[in-house]
Design a protein around this ligand. Structure first.
Ligand code: C2E
Ligand code: MG
Ligand code: MG
Length: 730
C-alpha cells in the first residue's frame, strides 16, 4: 500500500473513531465507500431467527441512506454470513438472479465480510457493492478488513450496550414494582408478618408493629411464637400447621399477646409461599385487630339502644328489658312500680336559655334518677324530650313511699349552670304492676295518664294512677286534637273587655281575650286551652292570630269613635323565643300605633328567666309598646320585678278585688299595692270589678283603671263596637 493511501486510511479511521453509536457506523460506511470507491456500503446486523439482515448504516450513491432489511436467502450476503469473506469482481446480478436488488441497482461487483463477536459467532456483515466491474478486487480486501474489524467491535459493543440498557429498564420496572409493593406493605391497615421457610421472622410492617407493640428490629430473626398468648392449645396450633402445609393457607381467629403482656383477638390469614420449583420459601401472615371491629359493633349497638344525651337506655332498649322484668315479676309475684317522670317547663327553659341549658337540665335529672336505681332489675330510660321512665321494684308500700321521697328530694336540689341557678321541678305519674296493669304497655299507658293528671293538677309532685283519669285523659286528647284544627283554621277569636279610666269614667282601652267555640266540645275556657297550646307549641301561632285580629278590630273601631282607645293583649312566656329578633315586629299592627298596644305578661316570665325577660321586655318597649304586669299578687309579687322591668301598668289580680271590704286584709293589700305602684310611677288596673262598691273603694284608693263585669264581660268584636259607640262615662 502506498504511503498516501496509508495516510488516507489513517485519516478515515480517525474520523470514524471520533464518533460513537449510530454516528460511528455512518462515519464508517461513508469513509469506507470513499476509500474503496464503492457505490454502496452497508453494515447490517443479523436477525438469526428470521435469517434477515437489518442495516445499521447504509451508504448509497454518495450519501448515507435510510435503513433497509432484506432476507439473506440466495443472496451473496448469505454466503458471506456462512463463509466469512466473499469477493465477486463482476456479474454479481447474474450469479444471484433471485436477489432482485442487485439487478435493479445495476451492480457488478461485491465484497462482503461477516462481522463476528469475540467468540467468533457471526453477528453482522459489512458489504460493499460496485456498479463498475473489477473494482472489487483482492487489493481492497485489506482496507475492507480493517473497517470490518472495527465494525465488529462496535457492533458487539452496541449489542452489549443495548442488552445492558434492556437490563437497566427491566431493573427499573422491577424497582418500581418493589417500591409499590413496599408502599402497600407499609401503609396497609392490616398487620403483615413475613417469615422464611424455617418460620423465622424476616420483616413486619408498621401496622404489625403497632398491633403487637414490638418494633421490627425486636421481631426480626424471632419465631412468631413469641407473639402467642398461650390461650390456644397445642392441638390448635397442630391443626393450624396441618392445614397450612396441606392447603397452602389457613384463616381463623386467635389471641395474641402484646409486648406489654395484654392479649388481643386477631383475624389471621396465613399463606405458604413456594418458588417455581415448588419449594417453600416463605410464610406470610396478614392479621386484623378484631377488637376494633368488635368495639365498633358494640359502639353502634350502644348508639342504637341508648340516648345520646344522658347515656341512658332509649325507649327501644327499655321496652326490651322491661318486658322481661315484668314477665318475671308476674311469675314471682314481685312488686313493681312504673314512674313516668316529666321535667316541668323544659320547653320554656329551651326557649328562654337555649338548648344547651335545656340539655344540661335533662342530663342532670338523668344522673340523679340513676342514683335511684337500687335493685338489679330496676330500669331507667329517657323515653324522649323531657320524659323519663323508671321501673323500680319495692317490697311494701312504705318502701315505695321511701323511694318516692328520695326521688322528690333529688329533684329539689338546685342545678347550677354557668349563668343561672335552676330549681328543677318534675311531675311524676305512677302505675303499679299487678294493681293497675299486668302488662308493660298498659302499665306505661296508665303511668302516662297519672302523669298528665299530675301535670295539670299537682305540678312538681307525683300522682298515682286512678281509673278516673281515663275519662280526663280522653278529654285532654280530644282537646289537643281539636285545638290543633281550630288554630289551623284560624277559628279562635278575640273577645274584648273594656278597661275604664276610674278617675273620669272614660273608656280607656280594652283587653283582648281568646275565645274558642268548638263544634264538638262546645265553649272551652282559655284557662283550659292556653296551657295546652303552651305545651304543644301551638301558642306561637295562636298568639299571632289573636294579635292580628285584635289590632285590626280596634283600628276599625277607632275610625268610628271620637276618642281612640288602646288594646291590651296577653302574651305567654312561651311566645318569648330565644331568638330576640322574633318579636312583635313580625306581628301585624293593622294600622294601630304601637303605643296603642299594651302587652300583658305574668310574673312567670320573670321567675323562669329573669335576664331573658328583661331583654325581651326592653325590646318591646323600644318598639313603642306599653307593658302590663298581669295578675299581680298571685305569684311571688316581688317589688324587684317592678323596679327591674320597664312596666307601665300593674294589673291587680281579681282575687284581691273579689273579697275586698273596707279595712279587710285584701283592702289593706290592694291599698299597699296601689301606693307602691304610684311610687314607682306605674298606673294600676284593677281586674274583676263586679260591684259598684268595689269601684268606689278603688277610686278612693287611687286606682287608675278598672276592668270587670260591672262594666262589661268580654264580648265579641261587633258587640264591643256597639258598646264603645254608645258608651257614656258614669
Ligand atoms: P287574664 O289575662 O287575667 O284575663 C282576665 C280574666 O278575668 C279573663 O278570663 C276575664 O274573662 C276574667 N274576668 C274579667 N272580669 C271579670 C270579673 O268581673 N269577674 C270574673 N270572675 N272574671 C273576670 P278569661 O277570658 O277566661 O281568661 C283567662 C286567662 O286566660 C287570662 O287571664 C289570660 O291569662 C289567659 N288568656 C286569655 N286569652 C289569652 C290570649 O289570647 N293569650 C294568652 N297568652 N293568654 C290568654
Ligand atoms: Mg290579661
Ligand atoms: Mg289577669
Amino acid at each position: 500500500m502506498s504511503l498516501k493511501l496509508d495516510q488516507s486510511i489513517d485519516d478515515a479511521l480517525k474520523l470514524v473513531n471520533d464518533h460513537s453509536g449510530q454516528g460511528y457506523f455512518e462515519a464508517l460506511v461513508t469513509s469506507l465507500a470513499r476509500l474503496i470507491q464503492a457505490d454502496y456500503v452497508l453494515i447490517g446486523k443479523i436477525d438469526l431467527e428470521n435469517h434477515t439482515a437489518h442495516s445499521l448504516a447504509l451508504w448509497c450513491d454518495g450519501e448515507t441512506s435510510s435503513h433497509l432489511s432484506y432476507p439473506l436467502e440466495e443472496t451473496p450476503c448469505d454466503q458471506v454470513f456462512s463463509g466469512g469473506t466473499c469477493i465477486y469482481p463482476r456479474d454479481i446480478a447474474e450469479l444471484f438472479p433471485k436477489d432482485k436488488m442487485l439487478a435493479d441497482f445495476g451492480l457488478q461487483g461485491y465484497v462482503g465480510r461477516s462481522l463476528k463477536n469475540h467468540n467468533g459467532e457471526p453477528i453482522g456483515l459489512l458489504v460493499a457493492l460496485f456498479k463498475q466491474p473489477d473494482v472489487a478486487s483482492e487489493n481492497i480486501l485489506s482496507i475492507f478488513d480493517l473497517f470490518a474489524i472495527r465494525a465488529s467491535v462496535e457492533l458487539e459493543r452496541a449489542q452489549w450496550e443495548s442488552k445492558l440498557q434492556e437490563q437497566i429498564e427491566l431493573l427499573k420496572t422491577k424497582n418500581q414494582q418493589l417500591d409499590l409493593s413496599h408502599t402497600i406493605f407499609e401503609h396497609t391497615n392490616e398487620g403483615i408478618l413475613l417469615t422464611d421457610h424455617l418460620n423465622n421472622i424476616i420483616t413486619v410492617n408498621a401496622a404489625f408493629e403497632k398491633l403487637s407493640g414490638y418494633s421490627k428490629t425486636e421481631l426480626i430473626g424471632k419465631n412468631p411464637n413469641i407473639l402467642s398468648s398461650g390461650l390456644q392449645s397445642e392441638q390448635f396450633y397442630t391443626e393450624l400447621w396441618g392445614t397450612l402445609l396441606k392447603t397452602g393457607t389457613w384463616q381463623g381467629e386467635l389471641w395474641n399477646r402484646r409486648k406489654d403482656g395484654s392479649t388481643y383477638p386477631i383475624w389471621s390469614s396465613l399463606s405458604e409461599v413456594k418458588n417455581s420449583q415448588g419449594v417453600t420459601t416463605h410464610f406470610i401472615a396478614s392479621v386484623k385487630d378484631t377488637l376494633v371491629e368488635k368495639e365498633l359493633q358494640e359502639q353502634l349497638y350502644h348508639q342504637a339502644t341508648h340516648d345520646y344525651l344522658t347515656g341512658l337506655s332509649n325507649r327501644f332498649e327499655f321496652h326490651q328489658h322491661a318486658q322481661k322484668a315484668v314477665a318475671q315479676a308476674n311469675r314471682n309475684q314481685e312488686h313493681y312500680a312504673l314512674l313516668r317522670i316529666n321535667i316541668d317547663n323544659l320547653n320554656l327553659v329551651n326557649a328562654s336559655y337555649g338548648h344547651e341549658t335545656g340539655d344540661l337540665l335533662v342530663q342532670t335529672i338523668g344522673q340523679r334518677l340513676n342514683q335511684c336505681l337500687s335493685r338489679e332489675n330496676d330500669l331507667l330510660s329517657r323515653l324522649g324530650g323531657d320524659e323519663f321512665a323508671l321501673l323500680i321494684g319495692f317490697k311494701s308500700n312504705t318502701n315505695l313511699q321511701k323511694h318516692l321521697k328520695k326521688i322528690s328530694a333529688l329533684f329539689r336540689q338546685k342545678i347550677q349552670t354557668k349563668e343561672n341557678v335552676f330549681s328543677p321541678s318534675c311531675s311524676v305519674g305512677i302505675s303499679i304492676l299487678g294493681e293497675d296493669a299486668h302488662d308493660l304497655d298498659t302499665l306505661l299507658r296508665n303511668a302516662d295518664k297519672a302523669l298528665r293528671y299530675a301535670k295539670e293538677n299537682v305540678r312538681g309532685s307525683y300522682s298515682f294512677y286512678s281509673t278516673d283519669f281515663d275519662q280526663k285523659v280522653r278529654r285532654q286528647d280530644v282537646l289537643q286534637d281539636q285545638l290543633f284544627h281550630a288554630i289551623a283554621k284560624n277559628q279562635i277569636e278575640p273577645y274584648f273587655q273594656p278597661i275604664i279610666n276610674l278617675v273620669d269614667g272614660s273608656l280607656s282601652h280594652c283587653e283582648a281575650l281568646a275565645r274558642w267555640q268548638d263544634e264538638r266540645l262546645g265553649r272551652v275556657a282559655p284557662d283550659e286551652f292556653i296551657p295546652i297550646a303552651e305545651t304543644t307549641g301551638l301558642i306561637q301561632q295562636l298568639g299571632k292570630q289573636i294579635f292580628s285580629k285584635a289590632t285590626k278590630a280596634i283600628h276599625e273601631l277607632n275610625q268610628k269613635i271620637d276618642n281612640p282607645i288602646g288594646v291590651t293583649i296577653n302574651r305567654s312566656p312561651f311566645e318569648f323565643s330565644i331568638n330576640e329578633k322574633t318579636s312583635y315586629a313580625e306581628y301585624s299592627l293593622n294600622g294601630l300605633n304601637s303605643d296603642q298596644v299594651s302587652i300583658e305578661v305574668t310574673e312567670n316570665l320573670m321567675i323562669d328567666s329573669p335576664n331573658h325577660a328583661k331583654r325581651h321586655l326592653s325590646l318591646l318597649k323600644k318598639q313603642g309598646f306599653t307593658l302590663a304586669l298581669d295578675d299581680f299578687g298571685t305569684g311571688y309579687s316581688s317589688l324587684s320585678y317592678l323596679k327591674l322591668y320597664p312596666f307601665d301598668y300593674l294589673k291587680v289580680d281579681q282575687s284581691f278585688i273579689r273579697d275586698m271590704q273596707p279595712e279587710s286584709d285584701d283592702f289593706v293589700l290592694v291599698k299597699t299595692i296601689i301606693q307602691m305602684a304610684k311610687n314607682l310611677g306605674l298606673k294600676t288596673i284593677a281586674e274583676g270589678i263586679e260591684t259598684e262598691e268595689q269601684r268606689l273603694i278603688l277610686i278612693q284608693l287611687g286606682c287608675d283603671y278598672g276592668q270587670g263585669y260591672l262594666f262589661s264581660k268580654p264580648i265579641p268584636k261587633d258587640e264591643f263596637e256597639a258598646f264603645a259607640l254608645k258608651y257614656v262615662p258614669a
